[in-house]
Design a protein around this ligand. Structure first.
Ligand code: ADP
Ligand code: ZN
Length: 300
């Protein structure tokens, strides 16, 4: 039977909603502004209900933090988000009336799953996906399973040693002095250099420092989960000089310690952009929904 599923990329500024087939055809799509939870979730549900397709399941790649503990009374909620009005929002509950399985995960795990099914991480069992944009988030898979634990990873909030020439910068994370997001997100670049990231020319010293912080985080991830590949997405990575700089700095920080031919000869295919460009999370949500139609109980 040909499955048709609903997919949502739930972000802090917009909810992208799509009706998608098993063959990754998009039958309908809508962009809904993220306003109040009531209005946004109601409009999203109305879009699916009016789509004239019988949906087998719904997948949601959601901004967070979120509750992924299936035994928790707040499973499927956005929990402690700083996003105004969205704290303790029951996201899954808003779609209960549709009476279909709902797959739910972080936006970055959703994007990672999209890349695993259709993009740059096909055939890999262990990889990391980062988005470097307004915030920094990370997800991925370990031994064939999306990364989950007590809750979900918060790879944007790892602590990094601040470079000597950047010691006076306070960072922008309200929770931590010196975490990756605080030092290297788009708003951190803007605060440090006084102009938006897209306005910084490619020969600006901002990019060497940015690549240094990203590389430090990647080396920590390489040493922790030994990923077969690392995918870097998000608006900040649109700056073309970053990929070569990050690859070079990762190699230099590793300093020859990890012996694998990939890390020396295939760096260009080890640290890569998402193959689905900015569609990873929405296609990942569709892929999660398709997986849930195969009776993956985690999602029911
Ligand atoms: P979000 O994280 O909000 O979903 P994006 O991934 O598009 O959105 O990231 C937005 C951030 O990316 C902003 O801080 C912006 O300044 C930065 N950005 C957008 N385009 C570029 C560019 N070409 N070069 C560097 N930074 C960029
Ligand atoms: Zn932080």
């Amino acid at each position: 039977m040909k499955h048709v599923v609903g997919a949502i990329e739930a972000g802090g500024t917009k909810f992208n909603c799509a009706v998608v087939t098993e063959q990754r055809e998009v039958l309908a799509e809508a962009r809904i502004a993220t306003t109040t939870p009531e209005q946004t979730l109601r409009e999203a549900r109305a879009f699916f209900e009016s789509s004239f397709h019988a949906l087998s399941a719904l997948g949601i790649s959601c901004f967070g933090p979120i509750d992924l503990d299936i035994s928790s009374p707040t499973y499927g909620y956005i929990t402690e988000t700083p996003k105004s009005g969205w704290r303790n929002t029951d996201v899954i509950g808003a779609f209960k009336q549709m009476d279909i399985p709902v797959a739910f995960d972080t936006d970055v795990n959703g994007a990672a799953f999209g890349e695993h099914k259709f993009g740059a991480a096909q055939d890999l069992h262990t990889f990391a996906y980062y988005t470097i944009g307004t915030g920094i988030g990370g997800g991925g898979m370990f031994a064939g399973q999306l990364l989950h634990g007590l809750t979900h990873p918060e790879m944007g909030h790892v602590f990094l040693p601040q470079r000597d020439d950047d010691r006076s910068f306070e960072g922008i994370c309200p929770y931590h002095a010196g975490c990756l997001e605080g030092l290297a997100s788009g708003p951190a670049l803007q605060k440090r250099w006084g102009t938006t990231a897209e306005n910084l020319p490619e020969d600006h010293p901002a990019w060497d420092l940015e690549a240094h912080y990203i590389a430090l985080a990647l080396v920590n991830t390489i040493c922790t989960i030994s990923p077969q590949r690392i995918i870097l997405g998000g608006g900040v990575m649109s700056q073309g000089v970053l990929f070569p700089l990050v690859r070079q700095k990762v190699l230099s920080l590793l300093n020859g310690y990890i012996h694998h031919p990939t890390l020396v000869q295939e760096m260009n295919s080890f640290i890569v952009p998402p193959a689905l460009e900015n569609r990873s999370a929405i296609f990942g949500a569709a892929a999660m929904a398709l997986t849930s139609t195969d009776c993956d109980k985690r999602f029911l």
